[in-house]
Design a protein around this ligand. Structure first.
Ligand SMILES: NC(=O)c1ccc[n+]([C@@H]2O[C@H](COP(=O)([O-])OP(=O)(O)OC[C@H]3O[C@@H](n4cnc5c(N)ncnc54)[C@H](OP(=O)(O)O)[C@@H]3O)[C@@H](O)[C@H]2O)c1
Length: 255
């Protein structure tokens, strides 16, 4: 449903929207990470209260819930992958509101899966891969941060994994819906260039402090994937496989 169809900040509207469904995937969110620093109450209204409204509606109608969450619930200062049960320590308003959404869902809706994802790109909407492909046509060299580590994740892989969770009736709880492997934005951009037949040496490394932003970015956002195996399911493929498979279809789509 689009936002025009359902405003998740309205509890009655959520109750009405969930009626008749047995599975709900809540991907609605306030995702403007920097704006959230100065509009935390608004972000909380969608990411926490909205998630709680959807969760209560699911309980009322006996629906199972997939709550899409984020790596930003962690501090981002680890050096080994965050396990599903690692302590939450968000450093940004966006991360705090998403963490509150997780708690609201888990507290009120026992039949729920929280799927944390990160670094998403896909055929629809604007994203990093489309931006880098466009900039490659406009500039001889690109400068990209090389001190934030994470897991670029294709929306297609994430949606298949969410479908797997639901169809397998996997144990309820927390799952990390990010690609296997890890890289930096610089490493990811080099691979995008390579897959587009461009010279990856046109991509130069830089550091996060050259692009000051209102919200801090996690330096280390690598998530562990043990829960998939415990549930008898396959984790998402490696990020290199995903970008190789998807790049033509992604950059071929309008923003
Ligand atoms: N993109 C990433 O790399 C990434 C990383 C980690 C986690 N996530 C999570 O993935 C999910 C999807 O995010 P996305 O990247 O697809 O972001 P997005 O494009 O901003 O999608 C969020 C959607 O939620 C809608 N929305 C906002 N407020 C709403 C409300 N009050 N009621 C109903 N819908 C509302 C937005 O509508 P409008 O466009 O009209 O505002 C938008 O369609 C979110 O839970 C996000 O936290 C994304």
């Amino acid at each position: 449903m689009s936002r025009a169809d359902l405003d998740v900040t309205s509890a009655p509207a959520c109750a009405a929207a969930v009626a008749g469904y047995d599975v709900v995937v809540n991907a609605a969110a306030w995702t403007k990470v920097d704006d959230a620093e100065s509009h935390e109450a608004d972000a909380f209204g969608v990411n926490a209260v909205g998630a709680a409204n959807v969760a209560r509606a699911c309980v009322r109608h006996g629906a199972r819930l997939v709550q899409v969450s984020t790596d930003y619930v962690f501090a981002g200062d680890a050096s080994t992958p965050y396990a599903e049960d690692a302590p939450l320590a968000p450093r940004s308003a966006y991360g705090r509101t998403k963490a509150a959404g997780e708690w609201a869902v888990r507290a009120s809706c026992p039949q729920s899966w929280v799927v944390r994802t990160a670094w998403l790109y896909g055929a629809h909407g604007p994203n990093f891969v489309k931006t880098m492909a466009r900039l490659a046509g406009q500039h001889e060299t690109l400068t990209v941060v090389d001190d934030q580590r994470g897991q670029p994740t294709w929306t297609h892989d994430l949606s298949e994994s969410i479908r797997d969770l639901v169809t397998a009736d996997a144990p309820f709880g927390i799952y990390h819906g990010t690609s296997a492997g890890e890289t930096t934005w610089h490493g990811f951009t080099r691979e995008i260039f390579r897959q587009l037949g461009l010279d990856p040496d046109r991509v130069r490394p830089t550091t996060t402090d050259t692009f000051p932003r209102p919200a801090p970015r996690p330096a280390y956002s690598v998530l562990g994937h043990d829960a998939w195996g415990t549930a008898g399911l396959s984790p998402l493929p490696d990020w290199r496989v995903a970008i190789r498979t998807s790049v033509a279809a992604v950059v071929g789509q309008p923003v």
